[in-house]
Design a protein around this ligand. Structure first.
Ligand SMILES: Nc1ncnc2c1ncn2[C@@H]1O[C@H](COP(=O)(O)OP(=O)(O)OP(=O)(O)O)[C@@H](O)[C@H]1O
Length: 229
């Protein structure tokens, strides 16, 4: 699934009412099946960008075109449906549902997409991230790294065509990091999934053929300068 961002702009309001431009991208593209690592300074807008791509947030202007559909132009229910069916999102803060077990969180990831929840597949995914012995634990009873791995299994559960991963190995030890990265790579290679993976780790970024630095193509300071003219 291809991704094209065109003239994408997003600002937030500071508490004093001033505009805070975060995203100003003229053009950015990921081809179908391409795997891209994204690095950038803290607070530079990486998470905001993933929220715009996934339709969690809408831009102030511009387009987010995923396989010819401008999801920025869709209403919220349609964006939610599109995301559930086509996009896997590994959140920086995991966003697991606290009242449900690890297995139920993965099963819910499947059922939101409209596909039939498949217990065996969900268990296999949790097994792959090394959590077969933690199926019935709720998130609060899991370590942070285990929660991150549940979030990874859940993001892959609906067989996404575009995978957005916000520092997916930040809380994981190096052995599990390698497993998780291999798993993400295998899934992307096998099913031709496009990947945008945010990382602070040069070691992780170095494993990808294409590494982008956000500030090379995101120029929010230009919006600020224009508003002061
Ligand atoms: N809802 C919001 N309202 C106001 N400002 C916001 C909001 N969301 C994000 N910001 C601001 O936008 C900037 C970019 O945040 P973002 O989380 O996208 O950065 P990031 O590159 O992912 O950072 P990190 O690497 O530290 O996770 C930050 O300065 C943040 O304070």
């Amino acid at each position: 699934m291809s991704l094209l961002l065109r003239r994408l702009k997003k600002s937030f309001r500071e508490p004093d009412g001033n505009e805070l431009p975060i995203i100003n991208i003229e053009h950015f593209e990921i081809k179908s099946g391409e795997q891209v690592a994204l690095i950038g300074s803290s607070g530079g807008g990486k998470t905001t960008l993933l929220h715009l791509i996934s339709g969690i947030h809408t831009p102030d202007s511009g387009e987010v075109i995923i396989d010819q559909v401008n999801i920025a132009g869709l209403g919220e229910p349609a964006r939610d449906r599109f995301r559930a069916m086509k996009i896997g999102y590994i959140f920086q803060t995991f966003n697991l549902l606290p009242a449900f077990t690890a297995l139920e969180n993965v099963l819910l990831g499947m059922s939101f997409s409209g596909k039939k929840a498949n217990r065996e597949e969900a268990i296999a995914l949790l097994d792959e991230v090394g959590l077969k012995h933690r199926l019935s634990h709720r998130p609060s009873k899991l370590s942070v790294g285990e929660q991150q791995r549940v979030a990874i299994a859940r993001a892959l559960a609906n067989k996404p065509k575009l995978l957005l991963a916000d520092e997916p190995t930040a809380s994981i030890d190096s052995r599990n990091q390698d497993n998780v990265l291999r798993m993400i790579r295998d899934v992307c290679n096998e099913h031709k999934v496009s990947l945008l993976l945010v990382t602070h780790s040069e070691e992780v970024a170095g494993q990808y053929g294409r590494v982008e630095t956000l500030s090379d193509f995101n120029k929010p300071e230009e919006l600020l300068a224009a508003s002061k003219m």
